[in-house]
Design a protein around this ligand. Structure first.
Ligand SMILES: Cc1ncc(C[n+]2csc(CCOP(=O)(O)OP(=O)(O)O)c2C)c(N)n1
Ligand SMILES: [Mg+2]
Length: 780
């Protein structure tokens, strides 16, 4: 007989409370299983964060099973990952096997991952602070999609970050707040799990109320959930005010320590401090130890009713910060202990918790374990009726067609940076379908990276009209920058971390909002390092964008050592989900940009990084297009070697004229000398190492592109490699066929100077290449 169930949503608060307990248990058990029950082969700690999960289980139960709407997207505090999996386990979206393989190969991930987890994850998290800030920029992307008619206002969701309080120590939070304020973002919630404990310590008491000030200044509504309903009711009783004042003044560390010690410690301390006030003494004495401990830890973030009300209060689109007071390890024996971040319950403790929740031995994984049959059925109906259950899969819109070729800018002498700007300006012609989907951005270097032409044609993106005051006053300027909802350039202040997060957020527009956008971001190449973790973060979650690092290298000349990038080729080579190319000529730029716009949209594609230069160099006259296919694979013979040639000069990027000059001179003594233009040290290296790995990855061991290219040379050949960057980006080429290499490049800080001086000093000029060749071929 099927039980007759009440309206599943009528029991809101008790249901959330029951789910809170279920989530806390399942997350703790998942961690316990991985660390203590699953066979261990390496003796290593598996890890997991039971206390961090317990701190947030009420917040997540109230959010996911009540306040969340299908169109909302959430970045979950990294170490609360097991709670997210427990939620999807209860919804039937996650398998038991995955929970049991927590932190094992192919199992549920330590921290929520868009690409690796098998449950829906809106934003990956892990590096604290970044998952928070990206939600603000995702709300900007959503506004962009709405403003440009790609989605309806009615479908707008909230971009929500569930964050630890220590994430508020990350500087990127404040960079983001400022930029978000300038862009007037909306539909963004940040919910702070305010347990006042980080990994090492308890939060400085001086921070009390400071966050309110900072966020309110930046236009946010701040809702503080300090006390739960029980506390509020007791504070209203005779003697209660003194108790409330005492809690308000209690230092964070002492509150945590008393929480850990429990009821009798609370009693002793409260009576010592407040016992001389008869009404308050009577109030304290009206609770037994367990009830007193419960009262003192009845904070807003553990009170389902308080949370439900708070979420309902923020029912407009104003960005809102919820400061939800919590206890780290709430409901667990670890509660409040200062070492609880990585601390875990031992076997007797988890047994005790199991028994206290009425969960029978052997039924630990039961989604509704510990509940009677009726209560379980009721709760299941509640879970299934939540809006989350109706959430569909992510979008996968069709690719935007990319023309077979992009026109090559004309000019006998050009730089790769100016070619990039001109190609982009060409795409900015009104009505160009590819241009319509390009969104550009730069951290205050729009003009100096040649994005200005695109912006002149396509304008700045602004939710409210921005007039070009200079144009209106008829003051001549090359920049005509009007801002409105049709604009396609997102202007950013100098904050490279924001820049990369904006690229990442736009790079997820297809799965998030069903709109294919092609984000293009320019940054001075050395300052990629400033936003590196955010770049890595975007790549980790497979956001798709075109990154242009320009100008780059020593070739920047007079700008000097602080602006001359050295190791970015190695960043490009080392960064997964980012293909690094460094073209030398304008036609290569056109070829690679076309490739990038296509590759960014392929399921097995990636983001692309172009390292460009402002050095104007003589362009190559091409006999045909035969070089193109090889250039896309990472290298092509600019001057073909004779079969069995004894040597080749290998170069990358703006240093091409020196390589060509050296090749011409050396050719007199070394007939058949080859000149190899490496357009992507990254692809070449990856292809080569994949070929070596084919033996154990089961792929067909096709020769890699670099093996084919170098296969033309004699096996005893020597290579001179030259790049305006770390020489190790190319020196590995010697290992491909066991050839001798003389690597040239930059391995110490640059300085000011003109190019002849700098190239001579740093051994990048034709003479250096000739010398290096002589050393290799004539002296050995
Ligand atoms: C950028 C970065 N630095 C350091 C860490 C290591 N780490 C993980 S959690 C954490 C502290 C978290 O404290 P809080 O945000 O308050 O979370 P809680 O566990 O207290 O909820 C640290 C330092 C990290 N994940 N990311
Ligand atoms: Mg904390």
């Amino acid at each position: 007989m099927t039980a007759v169930l009440a309206d599943p949503r009528s029991d809101l608060i008790p249901s959330i409370e029951a789910l809170d307990t279920r989530l806390r248990w399942l997350s703790a058990w998942t961690v316990h299983n991985a660390n203590n029950l699953r066979p261990k082969r390496d003796g290593m700690k598996v890890g997991g964060h039971q206390a961090s999960c317990a701190s947030m289980s009420t917040i997540m139960a109230a959010l996911y099973f009540h306040a969340l709407r299908p169109q909302d997207k959430v970045a979950v505090k990294p170490h609360a990952g097991p709670l997210l999996h427990a939620i999807h386990y209860m919804l039937g979206n996650q398998s038991l096997e995955q929970l049991q393989r927590f932190r094992g190969l192919g199992g549920m991930q330590s921290y929520p991952s868009r690409t690796k987890d098998q449950i829906p994850v809106d934003f990956s998290t892990g590096s604290v602070g970044l998952g928070v800030a990206i939600t603000a920029f995702a709300s900007l992307v959503q506004d962009y999609c709405i403003a440009q008619g790609h989605m309806a206002e009615a479908d707008a969701g909230r971009m929500i970050a569930l964050m630890g309080d220590a994430e508020l120590d990350e500087g990127n939070i404040y960079e983001c707040l400022i930029e978000a304020y300038k862009h007037d973002i909306r539909n963004c919630w940040w919910v702070v799990d305010y347990n006042r404990q980080s990994l090492d310590a308890t939060t400085a008491d001086r921070m009390f109320r400071r966050f309110d000030d900072i966020f309110e200044t930046c236009g946010w509504r701040v809702i503080t959930l300090k006390s739960g309903k029980l506390q509020k009711a007791v504070f209203a009783r005779p003697g209660g005010q003194a108790l409330e004042d005492w809690i308000d003044n209690c230092p964070n560390a002492e509150f945590a320590a008393l929480t850990y010690q429990g009821g009798s410690a609370w009693r002793e301390r409260l009576l010592k401090d407040l016992g001389d006030q008869p009404a308050t003494r009577a109030l304290i004495e009206s609770f037994d130890d367990a009830a007193l401990a419960q009262l003192m830890t009845n904070l807003g973030g553990h009170c389902a009713e308080t949370l439900v009300e708070a979420f309902a209060e923020a029912n407009d689109d104003k960005p809102t910060l919820f400061i939800a007071y919590t206890v780290k390890g709430y409901g667990l024996p670890l509660a409040g202990h200062k070492d609880n971040h990585s601390g875990m319950m031992n076997a007797p403790q988890i047994e005790g918790l199991r028994a206290s929740l009425n969960i029978a031995e052997g039924e630990e994984w039961e989604p509704y374990g510990g509940l009677g049959a009726n209560a379980a059925a009721q709760l299941k109906a509640f879970v299934e009726a939540s809006a989350l259950g109706a959430k569909g899969p992510e979008h996968s819109p069709p690719a935007i067609p990319v023309p077979a070729r992009l026109p090559v800018p004309e000019g006998e002498e050009q730089s790769t940076q100016s070619a990039f700007g001109r190609i982009l300006m060409d795409l900015a012609r009104p009505g160009d379908p590819l241009g319509d989907r390009i969104v550009t951005t730069a951290p205050d270097v729009t003009q100096t990276t040649n994005l200005g032409g695109f912006v002149n044609r396509r304008g700045l993106f602004r939710r409210s009209e921005l007039k070009d005051v200079f144009q209106a006053a008829r003051i001549p300027s090359a920049q005509k920058w009007v801002g409105n909802t049709a604009g396609q350039h997102v202007e950013l202040g100098i904050a490279e971390t924001n820049f990369f997060l904006v690229l990442a957020a736009f790079g997820l527009s297809a799965p998030h909002f069903g709109t294919r956008l092609l984000p293009v971001g320019t940054v001075y190449d050395p300052f990629i390092a400033r936003g590196l973790d955010a770049l890595n973060y975007g790549c980790y979650q497979d956001a798709r964008f075109l990154l242009v690092g320009t100008p780059s290298g020593l070739t920047l000349g007079a700008e000097g050592g602080a602006h001359q990038s050295i190791n970015t080729p190695l960043i490009g080579m080392g960064q997964p989900n980012l293909d690094y190319f460094e073209p030398a000529f304008a036609d290569e730029v056109a070829l690679l940009m076309r490739h990038a716009f296509d590759h960014m949209q392929q399921a097995d594609g990636s983001s692309v990084y172009l390292r460009l230069s402002t050095r104007s160099i003589r362009q190559e006259e091409r006999a045909d297009e035969s070089w193109e296919a090889d250039a896309l694979k990472g290298a092509y013979w600019l001057r073909k070697p004779a079969s069995g040639a004894e040597a080749a000069v290998v170069f990358t990027g703006a240093i091409a004229p020196e390589a060509i000059a050296a090749w011409e001179t050396l050719g007199e003594d070394l007939p058949g000398l080859g000149l190899l233009n490496v357009t992507s040290p990254d692809l070449l290296h990856r292809g080569w190492s994949a070929r070596r790995a084919a033996r154990w990855t089961g792929k067909r061991p096709e020769p890699s592109h670099v093996e084919t290219l170098l296969g033309t040379l004699s096996p005893r050949a020597g290579l001179v490699t030259v790049i305006d960057g770390s020489p190790s980006a190319l020196s590995w080429l010697g290992a491909v066929k066991g050839m001798r290499v003389s690597p040239l490049g930059v391995d110490r800080f640059g300085q000011t100077g003109d190019l002849p001086d700098l190239y001579r000093t740093y051994r990048l000029d034709a003479d250096a290449i000739i010398d290096a060749a002589a050393e290799l071929f004539l002296e050995s």
